[in-house]
Design a protein around this ligand. Structure first.
Ligand SMILES: [Zn+2]
Ligand SMILES: [Zn+2]
Length: 383
């Protein structure tokens, strides 16, 4: 087999989409292969933490636990790959998975020592990518399999590669995004800070403070989001997010980088000026991280969520799926990310007797597939 054929075989798995047939070792092979890649990347992050881990994150977690997670992942991946190989299933994929695990082990595995290292080097958020991919795929794929909206929609549905590339880049560039956001907030918004107000807001008890924070964040999100729809120049960027034709958790990652940064600057800037306490901010980051992804998921919540008062209170996948619909009654509707009542208040809520829309995407379907083409789209579109 030539090198070219080998490479084609190696990447073939990423060019496919569609359901996985059970009993052929594909699903477990893909899990083993993905864990194998993540294990190699994780070992690299242990070798070069100053360049491959996120300072804000590594202050939070305990490396000893991550070593255990790495070892566990390697054992699971190795076990799956060996079991499939023994039964003669999908030899190439499982062979590659085993090769990756062997490589991770040869590079030191979970035992790579970590010494002192400087804290202010430029870095890629590889740790954030690995941990969020592991956590999110476990949680969201489980929810999507438990309470699916479209039962026949596979995990590897058409276009998944584009969303996954958005996911990878958004996570690796977390450092750059944080840098831009922090710079913008502290340099540009200093004039707006009024200490007595900050002290009052930051001094509120945790629960009311968090509710107020969510409300403020969603108000800012509502109006920036609405501007992204109603200002033609901004729509060029936001159309990327709306180009998804199949909805699942990964669509949450499909965002133009310009939009990602500007929306964060707007929301975090206002929260900073108002002086919310660190505990409330940390809780918000976790909530928005879950909620914004969950709203896109291929799930059908129990009927209970589709009735008053919850229907008018919270944004659910029902509500946000309509936002992504290409049907006439849904265009420029349902902007909120947390509180559905904002759209009812401002007159932009979808009023349909159907629970979910039938079609998704942008009218005219003009967005190209692929991460790079989508990043270039706003500058090249002649629409
Ligand atoms: Zn939108
Ligand atoms: Zn969305």
């Amino acid at each position: 087999m030539s090198l070219r054929e080998r490479l084609a075989g190696l990447t073939a798995v990423f060019r496919q989409s569609g359901p996985l047939e059970p009993g052929r070792g594909r699903a477990t092979g893909i899990v083993a292969f993905s864990l194998g890649i993540l294990a190699v990347l994780a070992v690299l992050a242990f070798h070069f933490p100053q360049y491959l881990t996120t300072p804000e994150l590594r202050r939070q977690y305990d490396p000893a636990i991550l070593r255990e997670v790495l070892l566990f992942g390697m054992v699971v991946a190795g076990g799956l790959a060996i079991a499939n190989l023994v039964r003669g299933r999908n030899r190439r994929l499982n062979g590659m998975a085993l090769g990756l695990i062997a490589l991770a082990a040869a590079m030191g595995g979970h035992r790579v020592p970590v010494g002192d290292f400087p804290d202010n080097t430029p870095y890629l958020g590889l740790d954030w990518f690995i941990l969020d991919l592991l956590g999110s795929s476990l949680v969201f794929i489980a929810i999507e399999k438990l309470i699916p909206l479209r039962r026949d929609q596979p995990v590897f549905r058409p276009g998944w590669q584009t969303d996954f590339t958005h996911f990878i880049v958004n996570h690796l560039l977390v450092g750059l995004a944080l840098l831009v956001v922090n710079f913008a907030i502290h340099r540009l918004l200093g004039w707006a800070v009024w200490e007595p107000l900050r002290a009052a807001v930051g001094g509120l008890p945790f629960v009311p403070q968090l509710l107020l924070l969510l409300l403020v964040a969603d108000l800012v999100q509502y109006w920036t989001h609405r501007a992204y729809h109603e200002v033609p120049f901004l729509w060029r960027f936001h159309a990327v997010h709306h180009s998804a034709q199949h909805m699942d958790w990964m669509v949450g990652s499909r965002l133009h980088l310009f939009e990602l940064v500007t929306t964060r600057v707007a929301i975090l800037g206002v929260l900073h000026v108002l002086g919310f306490a660190k505990e409330a901010m940390d809780a918000y980051i976790v909530i928005v991280g879950f909620h914004a992804v969950f709203n896109h998921a291929n799930v059908r919540l129990p009927e209970f969520f589709n009735r008053a008062p919850l229907k008018y209170l919270l944004v659910t996948p029902d509500f946000h799926h309509w936002h992504h619909s290409s049907e006439r009654e849904a265009i420029d509707r349902n902007y909120a990310a947390h509180f559905a009542f904002l759209d009812h208040l401002f007159g932009t809520a979808v009023k349909s007797d159907r629970r979910f829309p039938g079609t998704y995407g942008v009218l005219g379907d003009y967005m190209p597939e692929g991460f790079v083409r989508q990043q270039l789209f706003p500058f090249t579109w002649k629409g």
